[in-house]
Design a binder for this molecule. Structure first.
Ligand code: WT7
Length: 661
C-alpha cells in the first residue's frame, strides 16, 4: 500500500485545456454537475431519458426501474431489443455501413480491416451456423478465443440469437475452463486451433479437448474451431466443426432475436474472496446503455476517433470497451492480437503512430513495464514515435501510481492529452468513478468523481457515511443500469457478497477501500478490503490459489497473501507447510518452490503463479487455530513485526517464515 498511500499527498492538478473543453461531449464542470443534479432530482426520469435517447427498443419499456425484489433490480422492464442489432444495424442504418469498425492487427503485424457491413455479414453467418447446430435463445456458449475479429463476431453471434456467452480468457487452464463449462451448463464451445502471442504459437483447441475430458461437460454438443494457424489439432467427428465450414455455407441474413431488457447477455467469471469464481451475470438493455454512454462521456467519442483499448475480450474491459461499447457507438477501433513487448517494447507506440489512434486505453501494469523498457532502450521510448494523433488516454484495472501517471502524461500524451483513470469492476459493467476529460480537474493517482447517476460513497463498517478525509468502505447507494444482476446459479451468494446485512442490505459493496479528499471530494481507491489480490490488473482470490496448492500431494497447508510490487502492483506470496519435513537444503527448497509454482500455473493459469513460495514447519496461528494473515503480509514485505503477537500459538515460526528461501 505504500505506493498507494503516497497518492493522498498529491497536490498537482491538471485542468482540461480550453481546446479540449470546447469540443467535449460534456464540457466543463457545470455541465457535469447539471447531469448529476438531474439524476439526484429525478433518478428514474434521468435513466429513462438516456435509455430512450441511446438504445433502439423494438418494444418500448414501461417502467425504468423495478425495485420490488431488491437487490435483484430490474431495469427498463417490458422493453425488448437486440444488443447486436443495436451495434450493427443501428449504425448501418445511420449511414455507417462502409465505415471501418475494426482495424485488426495480428501478432506478426498483418492488418485486416472490416466495415460495419462486413462485420454484420460475418456475425449473421456465424449466428446462422450456431442455429443450425441447435443453439437457442437462453443457451450458454463458452468462448475460448484469441484476440481476433472472429472472437468479437462470436460474441455478437450469440447476442444476435439470444444465446448467453461466457468468454474464458485464453490464458486459463483446462481445469479453469472445465469449471466454467460445467457451471454455465454450456451447449457449445467456440475456440481456435491455436493462439499466437509474442511470436509463439500456443494451444487452445487441445486445452478445450482436455477440459471436456475432465467430465461434467456432457451438455456440450459442439466445438466450433476458428482456424488461426492451421495447426493439426484433431477434430472429433460429430462434435467438432471448423468455423469457416460452418459459417461458409450459411445465409448472410439473420434476423436478430428480440429479447427482454433483462435477458442475460453474458456471464463472466471473476474471483471472489472465498470459494470458486463467481459467474457475474449481466443484462441486455442496462448493460449496453452504460457501455455506450461511457464511450461518449468518459472517452468523449467523436465520429473521427480511432479508439484503442488494449484489453483482452476475456476480461470485462474487453466486453464493454471492445465488443459492445465502441461498436454501439459506431466507432472505428483497433483490436490487437499480440503483446506489448513483441517484436519490441515499442509495439504500442508504433501501432498508435501507424493507425493514428486518437484514444488509447490501457493498464498501469503495461505502462510500468514499458517505462522500464524505454529507460533501457531509447528506440522503444515513446518519444521515438509520432504520437501526435492521440488526444485522450485512459487507465484501468488497478490504482495508477502518480509516477506512472506523470510519465504517461508527459511521454505518451505529450502533456496535451487528459488521462481518465477509470475505476470500475466486472460487476459494475462499465465505468463508475472517473474524470470526464473535458470537465474534471485531474489529480494523478485519483479516479476523481463518480459519473452522473452513480451514487458512490465512503462508509464505515455499519454503513454509516464518513466525512471526506476519512478512509473507509466504498459503496454505491443506488442501483445503476449496468450493475451485476446475480451470480449465475447462486442468488444467495450474490446477496451476501454485494448487499451484506452488516451494511444494512441496501448498499452495493464494491470490495475496495477508498477515501475522498477534503477539498473536492475526489476519490482515491486504497485497494481491496477482502482476500482478493490484484496482480497486473487481474483479480485473483487468495483462497483459489490456496486450494490449488493444497491439492498438490506434497502440501499440507498453504496461506497466500499479496505484497506490493513495482511492476505488477501486487505479487502473490505463498506460505506452504509440506506434509513431509521442511527440507533444510536451500536448493531442494528452491526446486520444490518451482515445482509448486508450475503446479498452480497448470491448475489455474500462468497469471495465478506465486512469485515467491516460502516453506515453514507451521503457519502463524492464534490459539483458536486462525491463520494470522496480517502477520504473513508483513513477513512477505520483509517488514519488522511490530504487531501484537501475544495471541500467537507459535511465535517462533515468524523467524523461519520471515526469510526468503
Ligand atoms: C478491481 C476490479 C475495471 C475493469 C478491469 C478490472 C481494481 C479497477 C481501478 C482503478 C484503482 C482499480 C479495484 C476493483 N481497480 N480499476 N482505476 N483504480 N483500482 O476488473 O477484475 O473486476 O477488478 O480492480 O480493486 O475492485 P476486475
Amino acid at each position: 500500500m505504500s505506493a498507494i498511500q503516497s497518492v493522498s499527498h498529491e497536490t498537482r492538478v491538471f485542468n482540461p485545456s480550453e481546446e479540449f473543453k470546447r469540443q467535449a461531449n460534456i464540457s466543463g464542470m457545470a455541465a457535469y454537475k447539471a447531469l448529476c443534479d438531474e439524476a439526484e432530482r429525478d433518478f428514474t426520469g434521468f435513466w429513462g431519458r438516456l435509455a430512450n435517447e441511446n438504445l433502439k427498443f423494438s418494444k418500448p419499456f414501461t417502467q425504468v426501474l423495478d425495485e420490488t425484489n431488491a437487490p435483484f433490480y430490474k431495469w427498463f422492464t417490458g422493453g425488448e431489443l437486440n444488443v447486436s442489432a443495436n451495434c450493427l444495424e443501428k449504425n448501418i442504418d445511420a449511414g455507417l455501413g462502409d465505415k471501418v469498425a475494426i482495424i485488426f492487427e495480428a501478432d506478426g503485424g498483418e492488418v485486416t480491416k472490416v466495415t460495419y457491413k462486413e462485420l454484420l455479414t460475418r456475425v449473421n453467418k456465424l449466428a446462422n451456423g450456431l442455429k443450425s447446430l441447435g443453439v437457442n435463445k437462453g443457451d450458454r456458449v463458452v468462448i475460448y478465443m484469441p484476440m481476433s475479429i472472429e472472437g468479437v463476431a462470436a460474441m455478437h453471434a450469440c447476442a444476435r440469437i439470444g444465446a448467453i456467452h461466457s468468454v474464458v480468457f485464453g490464458g486459463f487452464s483446462a481445469k479453469a475452463l472445465q469449471d466454467r463449462i460445467v457451471d454455465t451448463g454450456a451447449v457449445a464451445v467456440i475456440t481456435a486451433d491455436q493462439q499466437v502471442r509474442g511470436g509463439k504459437q500456443l494451444p487452445l483447441k487441445t486445452i478445450v479437448d482436455e477440459a471436456l475430458s475432465l467430465g461434467g461437460c456432457e451438455a456440450v454438443k459442439n466445438v466450433i474451431v476458428y482456424k488461426r494457424t492451421g495447426a493439426d489439432v484433431g477434430m472429433q467427428a460429430g462434435r467438432d466443426v471448423y468455423m469457416h465450414e460452418l459459417a461458409g455455407k450459411q445465409s448472410d441474413q439473420c434476423a436478430p432475436v428480440m429479447v427482454d431488457s433483462e435477458h442475460p447477455l453474458f456471464i463472466l467469471y471473476t474471483s471472489g474472496s472465498t470459494g470458486k469464481p463467481k459467474g457475474v451475470q449481466h443484462s441486455s438493455a442496462g448493460y449496453l446503455l452504460w457501455a455506450l454512454l461511457t464511450m461518449k462521456w468518459t472517452f468523449d467519442l467523436k465520429p473521427n476517433d480511432v479508439f484503442w483499448c488494449t484489453a483482452d475480450i476475456g476480461w470485462v474491459t474487453g466486453h464493454s470497451y471492445i465488443t459492445y461499447g465502441p461498436l454501439a457507438a459506431g466507432a472505428t477501433q483497433i483490436v490487437f492480437e499480440g503483446v506489448p513487448t513483441f517484436p519490441n517494447a515499442g509495439r504500442f507506440w508504433d501501432m498508435i503512430a501507424r493507425h493514428k489512434a486518437t484514444i488509447f486505453y490501457t493498464a498501469p501494469t503495461a505502462i510500468r513495464s514499458l517505462i522500464k523498457a524505454s529507460e533501457a532502450d531509447e528506440k522503444v521510448h515513446p518519444k521515438s514515435y509520432d504520437l501526435s494523433s492521440l488526444r485522450l488516454m485512459g487507465s484501468v484495472g488497478e490504482p495508477i501510481n502518480p509516477e506512472a501517471w506523470m510519465w504517461y502524461y508527459k511521454n505518451v500524451g505529450g502533456e496535451r492529452c487528459p488521462i481518465v483513470d477509470t475505476f470500475w469492476q466486472t460487476e459494475t459493467g462499465g465505468h463508475m468513478i472517473t474524470p470526464l476529460p473535458g470537465a474534471t480537474p485531474l489529480v494523478p493517482g485519483s479516479c476523481t468523481l463518480p459519473l452522473p447517476g452513480i451514487m458512490a460513497a465512503v462508509v464505515d463498517e455499519t454503513g454509516g457515511d464518513l466525512p471526506n478525509g476519512q478512509g473507509g468502505i466504498l459503496v454505491v447507494k443506488r442501483p445503476w443500469p449496468s450493475m451485476i444482476r446475480t451470480i449465475w446459479g447462486d442468488p444467495d451468494r450474490f446477496k451476501k457478497s454485494y448487499f451484506p446485512e452488516e451494511l444494512g442490505g441496501k448498499l452495493y459493496l464494491a470490495g475496495d477501500g477508498a477515501v475522498r479528499d477534503k477539498d473536492n471530494g475526489n476519490f482515491t481507491i486504497m485497494g481491496r478490503i477482502d482476500d482478493v489480490l490484484n496482480v497486473s490488473g487481474h483479480r485473483m482470490g487468495t483462497m483459489e490459489i490456496e486450494s490449488s496448492l493444497v491439492a498438490n500431494e506434497l502440501v499440507a497447508e498453504a496461506a497466500v497473501v499479496g505484497r506490493p510490487d513495482d511492476l505488477t502492483g501486487e505479487a502473490i506470496v505463498a506460505f506452504v507447510v509440506l506434509k513431509g519435513d521442511r527440507p533444510a537444503d536451500d536448493e531442494l527448497r528452491a526446486k520444490l518452490a518451482n515445482e509448486l509454482k508450475g503446479w498452480v500455473g497448470k491448475d489455474i493459469g500462468p497469471i495465478a503463479k506465486p512469485k515467491e513460495i516460502r516453506f515453514g514447519d507451521n503457519l502463524p496461528k492464534t490459539r483458536s487455530g486462525k491463520i494470522m494473515r496480517r502477520l504473513l503480509r508483513s513477513l512477505a514485505k520483509g517488514e519488522q513485526i511490530t504487531q501484537d503477537t501475544s495471541t500467537l500459538e507459535n511465535p517462533a515460526i515468524l523467524d523461519q517464515l520471515g526469510k526468503a528461501n
